[in-house]
Design a protein around this ligand. Sequence first.
Ligand code: SF4
Length: 290
Amino acid sequence: MAEKAPAAKRAPKASEKAPRKRSDASEPKAGGASALARAVRAKAGAEAPPIPYAPEEVAEIFRRFAVQRAHPTSELEHVNTFTLLVAVVLSAQMTDAGVNRATRDLFARAATPETMAALGEDAIREAIRTIGFFRTKARNVHRLSEILRDRHGGEVPRERAALEALPGVGRKTANVIMNTAFGEETLAVDTHILRIGNRIRIAPGKTPEAVEQGFLAIIPDGFLRHAHHWLILHGRFVCKARKPDCAVCVIADLCRADEKTCDTAAPLVALPDAPPGPQPLPPGAKRPGG
Ligand code: SF4
């Protein structure tokens, strides 16, 4: 068995800090892996429990995610911040594809708080009846539309407190909106991220908040902007719930999950086709000038 790397420490209070808005939020910091590792160390706290990854490995994991998906985005269809908010509210206990099927028609009829409020709860309920908990969700969507229209000038607020005051909006939904719509460095922990944090032991925790704190404490600055989507997509398509697809995983050589199904390192990115090289020569023949 491979020798375990020295452990990175996690700071316990990371999620209590206000989310940071970086001017260079969409791009990793320059400086390479060692600079990133220093950033991981700088964030680490002395009292936090250890994780089985060195700071250099944490930095490398997120560097590879950044190479693999340079511009990740939500798979929930939306046309503006308001429809993103509605889609996220509807997505609880649902697949993105299931939400998209229902919202295409709904958003064609109502894509602003004013038009959604005017549409009415009954029509919203009818439009989303293929979605789980559609009665409660229709009530929430209608009510939050009224609140946005009446108290926020028809705009989706940027502040966590104002978002979480809306019906059907909890910490996870607020994190998604703050991150995806407003570029804040927040991390919304869904079922995929909760699983990855625990499975690969990089941010273990029993609750979404504990896992969120673990990730926020170790993800190097510059990577937090997209970490939410990288981790969700990694969990959805590679590190799947039933059986992780380790053979195609870009962090397989670094991963210390007990469930890992292979030790093979995968290529970081698909390499372009190699240009045609010299063709083999018949026996005894020489190349011109050779
Ligand atoms: S190697 Fe396997 S278990 Fe580890 S992150 Fe990749 S898919 Fe998940």
